[in-house]
Design a protein around this ligand. Structure first.
Ligand code: LLP
Length: 423
């Protein structure tokens, strides 16, 4: 049960009618439930309660909105960041630098320096040379950077190829067989304090098997590193726990996940770190949209909504499913394709879907859009940048303004030689 449900025949987010948000802010707009974020954050934490010393770092990439980050900071979450921009957001939300982990395969020198400036909790190193450069930068500044080595355990996570990260041919981490030698060389550098190892094999994982296989490999590596004299204090087990997007899908619960983690890691004697993103944010948000037309189509009508692939890229990018529901359902059903206004056939949210009957002017939502929704949006087709609203009980606030095409245009320049006056 999530916090988007029918009250007196109309969809609400917590105590707020979605129609009231559309009226005040316009559409398309992402609507987030504070209570849902909090419930997910608590469920994840409680699931891992039996796994010993645990540090939770919310993967900001899933939903980096500042208001959302405040909710999670208040819930006691640290942050997993992958860019200087995400680092700045985490700090702006009041997450202590010591609770922030910096992942990512292409950290620039500027980003490494910015993270050292604030006393970052942990760098997850993706290749040996990154460690060497970080050590040089830190040593030159009289610092020692806390770091782990990200290892690629070479397991098939069984997820969409575009979001699988733990196979040998993926760009992430160092090959597990080379990890002991790389770790030893990095541990010898004065600018680095090598605290342990990290891994992440992919996102939207539907089974625990691949995670367990990866963790078992990491456990063996920890034992090998310890035998070589390295004091391993931390293991970062990444994110990846999947969530249902459509009726009937089942996923491991945090309790099942936590039981597996506790069993596999019981002898490790380390601080375990986790980087959940989708599990925390996914079902805490919907994309609220208005139906522009119901256009006759062959053989199925097209429901053309005012949200498009630039607002929610997942269907176009990964063939992802997002449930569609009318804000005021009549009880009648129809079969339709659902598409946005962007001039691409790929700007389609669903084909031949059984949906609530909707007509021009009706409001509807795409569910489970709180993770990898607004954050992956763009202004393609010179559309506005989508707005975001956070609900808390019976109040709501705009937490990201709609950025209008005029504002984007104002940041562009015509060079002198192309100005109309010049010709
Ligand atoms: N840690 C690392 C190092 C990651 O690369 C990711 C996600 C996470 C944590 C969080 O994973 P989660 O718990 O959210 O599964 N845009 C795609 C998902 C990309 C995920 C990339 N990495 C989508 O819309 O499905």
């Amino acid at each position: 049960m999530d916090h988007f449900s029918l009250v007196d025949g109309a969809l609400h987010c917590e105590g707020v009618p979605l129609a009231a948000i559309a009226e005040a802010v316009g559409t398309p707009v992402y609507v987030y439930s504070s209570a849902m974020f909090e419930q997910n954050a608590r469920a994840f934490r409680e699931g891992l309660a039996g796994a010993g010393d645990v540090h939770l770092a919310y993967a900001i990439k899933a939903n980096p909105n500042l208001g959302v980050l405040r909710v999670l900071a208040k819930a006691g979450y640290g942050a997993d960041v992958v860019s200087g921009g995400e680092l700045a957001r985490a700090l702006a939300a009041g997450i202590p630098a010591a609770d922030i982990v910096f992942s990512g395969v292409g950290k620039t020198d500027a980003e490494l320096n910015a993270a050292l400036d604030v006393g970052l909790g942990q760098f997850n190193l993706e290749l040996e040379e990154e460690g060497v450069v970080l050590a040089q930068i830190a040593a030159a500044r009289g610092l020692r950077a806390d770091a782990t080595l990200r290892v690629n355990p070479d397991v098939d996570a069984g997820t969409h190829a575009k979001i699988s990260t733990g196979k040998r041919e993926n760009k992430f981490g160092v090959p597990i067989d080379q990890a002991p030698a790389i770790f030893a060389r990095l541990a010898a550098l004065p600018g680095l304090a090598m605290r342990g190892v990290a891994m992440h094999i992919g996102s939207q994982l539907s089974e625990l098997g691949p995670l367990e296989a990866a963790y078992a490999r990491i456990g063996a590596l920890v034992a090998e590193l310890r035998a070589a004299g390295h004091p391993i204090e931390r293991v970062d087990l990444g994110g990846g726990l999947g969530i249902p997007y459509r009726a009937g899908e089942t996923f491991p619960s945090p309790v099942e996940y936590g039981a597996m983690v506790a069993r596999v890691t019981k002898d490790w004697g380390v601080r375990l770190m986790f980087e959940p993103g989708r599990f925390i944010a996914g079902n805490a948000g919907v994309l609220l949209t208005e139906v522009i037309w119901v256009k006759p189509g062959v053989p199925t009508p097209y429901v053309i909504v005012d949200a498009a692939m630039n607002d929610l890229a997942r269907p176009a990018m990964y063939d992802a499913w997002h449930d569609f529901a009318a804000v005021r359902p009549t009880g009648e059903r129809m079969t339709a394709n659902i598409a946005g206004p962007v001039c691409e056939t790929g700007d389609t949210f669903a084909m031949g879907r059984d949906i609530d009957v909707v007509k021009r002017g009706d409001l509807a939502i795409f569910r489970t859009a709180g993770a990898y929704g607004a954050t992956m949006s763009s202004t393609y087709n010179s559309r506005a940048w989508v707005a975001e609203v956070l609900v808390d009980g019976d109040r709501f606030a705009v937490v990201a303004d709609r950025i209008l095409p005029e504002t984007v245009l104002a940041a562009e320049r015509v060079p002198e030689w192309l100005k109309p006056e010049a010709s």
